[in-house]
Design a protein around this ligand. Structure first.
Ligand code: CP
Ligand code: NVA
Length: 310
């Protein structure tokens, strides 16, 4: 069974057709919630969430998604489990898979979630690692399509720490969805070659934030210091100081341009309050959409896994 189940660890784990299918289903689920219609597709199923880093949105949206679909949810904080006392990860993964139908994990190294998934018999979803944040990018692309239509052929400008997990997942998704991604960062802050290489032709690595923002349909940023990088924060603040998304930068983008940020945000660092709280910002819809998109993803992975076992 372990070899057959599907995980969502990286954006490339699903095809374009599968991603678009999730978007269609997410729109249906969003409408159902607006109309207060119950959907019970996860009846009797359980999601286990493992957090080795802090979270607000990911915790709330996954738990709410599972409960609203009629399922249940277990939050296994790594610090309160035997994981913090040295139980081998493969053993934790094996037993977790025996109790539940799907796992969402937030951790540090990608190798850790990959090892967990290899030993866990049920689908594992990446809820953020150092190397990517695929459920957030899936939601961001859904949000862009909701507001501007198909993202294919559009220009997305990502300004700041583009080598962050957010920048890396946007890069991996570019050739799948066919958008142009302009990544503006100081030297040393772009994603590495192993991430950029497969996206050749869809991604430009730039130093000038103005060049990236010019004519963009969407302007995106992320924090300058991601979780786990706190010791570098002073250096990062100095290096990234010229990469703030502010009204002057937004003026260079298209008039209809959207501003996206996965949150949490640091106002007056990577983005000014006037932009994130301004009319082009869609960050609250973006945060809400985590709920609808993740519902679609949970249904897809869990029900497909059950069908495979029949
Ligand atoms: N955007 C996001 O994943 O937020 P949290 O860290 O609060 O989960
Ligand atoms: N890049 C950020 C994203 C937070 C959701 C971090 O990893 O801290």
């Amino acid at each position: 069974m372990t070899s057959k189940k599907r995980d969502f660890l990286k954006f490339t784990d699903l095809t374009l057709d599968e991603h678009l299918g999730l978007f269609r289903r997410a729109a249906v689920l969003k409408k159902a919630r607006r109309e207060r219609r119950c959907v019970n597709t996860m009846d009797g199923r359980t999601l286990t969430m493992i957090f080795e880093k802090a979270s607000t949105r990911t915790r709330l949206s996954f738990e709410a998604a599972m409960l609203q679909l009629g399922g249940s949810c277990i939050d296994l904080s790594a610090g309160n489990s035997q994981m913090s006392r040295g139980e081998p990860l493969p053993d934790t993964a094996r037993v977790t898979g025996r109790y539940c139908d799907v796992v969402m994990m937030r951790t540090f190294a990608d190798a850790r979630i990959e090892e967990f998934a290899a030993y866990c018999e049920v689908p594992v979803i990446n809820g953020l690692t150092d190397g990517g944040h695929p459920v957030q990018i899936l939601t961001d692309l859904f949000t862009i399509e909701e507001k501007l239509g198909s993202v294919k052929g559009k220009t997305l400008a990502f300004i700041g720490d583009t080598g962050s997990n957010m920048g890396r997942s946007f890069t991996r998704a570019a050739p799948i969805f066919g958008y142009q991604l302009k990544l503006a960062s100081p030297k040393g802050y772009h994603p590495a070659d192993d991430v950029v290489g497969p996206a050749k032709g869809f991604v430009s690595l730039l130093a000038d934030p103005k060049e990236a923002a010019k004519g963009a349909d969407v302007v995106i940023t992320d924090v300058w210091t991601s979780m786990g990088q706190e010791a570098e924060s002073k250096q990062r603040l100095a290096d990234l100081g010229g990469y703030q998304v502010n009204p002057e930068l937004m003026k260079l983008a298209q008039q209809h341009a959207l501003f996206l940020h996965c949150l949490p945000a640091h106002r007056e660092e990577e983005v000014t309050a006037s932009v994130i709280d301004g009319p082009q910002s869609v960050v609250w819809d973006e945060a809400e959409n985590r709920l609808h998109v993740q519902k679609a993803l949970l249904e897809y992975l869990v029900l497909e896994n059950e069908r495979r076992q029949e």
